[in-house]
Design a binder for this molecule. Structure first.
Ligand code: UD1
Ligand code: CA
Length: 452
């Protein structure tokens, strides 16, 4: 079987400078979903019909091992298939719309089985949308035989009530595909509709069937921003459902957003308004409280992430507690049983096991040992205006509150930093470093000031 994905439309209804098929559902472009599904089917050849003017889409697709076909001008889906026709060699051809990303491989397999079992010339994957829509309608005769597909532009008043719609997924034999050459231009839209092939085929006595084997939750075609939003919700519901089936507790499926490539371990609990993005992996028995956003993170087992914490490209090892209101930035590794508390920002740093930074700190470009206590308000001064410098803190160091560690600087193991110190020199092992101005008392000062 050859597969043709139609992706050369302009997508004007999106009202966007970005090509429609590069709009994303979660973090993945619409077209990628379709290509991935097509590849899973292992076709003899996979062709994607694109518009040579849509440079961005062309560039994006050049990352994939696929064959391009150029449709010079977007003159409709019939013309798009015609552009690919001379390349098609297999006996059967599966055609997919590039804007129908939620289609499941299982459904296509069922569809292929029906086509083969019933030895027909063309199969249409149809469905019954429950909302007002602009899909083409499947017109059947009194006996239920498919007659043609009527596009929304050409619907008569009573055809508007037809409940069966065309999903834009077709399977047909190579000989029948030849007839795309005779499709005529639609007088209203001035486009060549691939769907007109159905009537042509029926009139030639070919066997055409439409199979209603899936719902709109899977077959939605994205033409508008409203449909993009709807498709995102459908996929969200599907993914959330899958994770619940695999043993994850999700408080509110309507506000939990999990990207397709995320993995989550059993008995992890997710509160409302959580976003888990990219290729994040979460272990077992974790708790993600509300408002957490994780992107491309590796979270080990039994980690607790409290409300409104953001973690990007970072790793948190087992048993650690993070947040509320913490910000872990890229290249951060938090060891086992650590504690990172409220209003702590950590960037490109490693905190070894058992270390705590519980309140109001900035830690950047630091390497911190085991069982270190970072007091409230500690700042690593890592940037001198031109370059970033490293702070090294060895095991069992105690950094008192409101200290500044001016990098590059090293604090050797078991040292203490007195609260309020500005550390600019290496602190030897086991020392107390104190750099604050001694306190003075000026007798009677307040009384004098009040009189003045
Ligand atoms: C199409 C079908 C409609 C069906 C719906 C399902 C036609 C005429 N109509 O309508 O019956 O219910 O899909 O979602 O086919 N494309 C090209 N070249 C073009 C025009 C479009 O490659 O010149 C591509 C688009 O990029 C898109 C796909 O074909 O991926 C469908 O085109 P679109 O304009 O979205 O068709 P619909 O109006 O949704
Ligand atoms: Ca469409």
């Amino acid at each position: 079987m050859d597969i043709v994905i139609l992706a050369a439309g302009l997508g004007t209804r999106m009202k966007s400078k970005i090509p429609k098929l590069l709009h994303k559902i979660f973090d993945v472009p619409i077209i990628d979903y379709v290509i991935e599904t097509a590849k899973t089917l292992n076709p003899s050849n996979l062709f994607v019909v694109i518009n040579p003017q849509l440079q961005e889409l062309k560039e994006h697709l050049s990352n994939y091992d696929i064959n391009f076909v150029f449709q010079k001008e977007p003159k409709g889906t019939g013309n798009a298939v015609l552009s690919a026709l001379s390349f098609l060699r297999s006996e059967d051809i599966l055609i997919l719309n590039g804007d129908t990303p939620l289609l499941k491989v299982e459904t296509i397999c069922k569809f292929i089985d029906l086509y083969k079992k019933n030895t027909i010339d063309m199969a249409i994957l149809s469905f019954k949308p429950k909302r007002e829509h602009s899909y083409g309608r499947i017109l059947r005769d009194e006996k239920g035989n498919v007659q043609k597909i009527v596009e929304v532009t050409d619907l008569s008043e009573n055809q508007k009530n037809i409940s069966e719609a065309n999903s834009g997924v077709y399977l047909l034999n190579r000989q029948l595909a030849e007839f795309v050459r005779v499709i005529e231009e639609n007088p209203i839209k001035k486009e060549y509709y691939f769907t007109d092939l159905v009537e042509i085929a029926v009139k030639k006595g070919k066997k055409v069937e439409a199979y209603t084997i899936a719902e709109e939750e899977e077959l939605i075609g994205i033409n508008t921003r409203a449909e993009l939003s709807l498709a995102t919700k459908y996929l969200r519901d599907r993914i959330v459902r899958e994770w619940m089936d695999k043993g994850v507790t999700i408080y509110d499926s309507a506000t939990t957003w999990i990207s397709p490539k995320v993995q989550i371990g059993e008995d992890t609990v997710i509160y409302p308004n959580v976003f888990i993005e990219g290729e994040t992996i979460i272990g077992k028995n974790c708790i993600l409280y509300q408002g957490v956003r994780l992107r491309n993170c590796l979270i080990e087992d039994s980690v607790e992430i409290k409300d409104h914490t953001v973690v990007e490209n970072a790793q948190i090892k087992s048993g650690s507690k993070i947040g509320p209101f913490a910000h872990l930035r890229p290249d951060t590794v938090i060891g086992k049983n650590c504690r990172v508390g409220n209003f702590v920002e950590i960037k490109k740093s490693f905190l070894n096991d058992g270390t705590k930074a519980a309140h109001l700190s900035y830690i950047g470009d630091a390497e911190i040992g085991k069982n270190v206590n970072i007091g409230a308000g500690t700042i690593t001064c890592n940037y001198d205006g031109t370059k970033k410098h490293k702070t090294v803190i060895e095991d069992n160091v105690f950094v008192g509150s409101d200290s500044q560690l001016v990098a590059p600087v090293k604090i050797n193991k078991d040292a203490y930093i007195a609260a309020g110190s500005t550390i600019t020199k290496e602190v030897p092992e086991g020392c107390l470093a104190i750099s604050r101005v001694p306190q003075r008392h000026i007798e009677g000062w307040s009384k004098k000031k009040r009189k003045a």
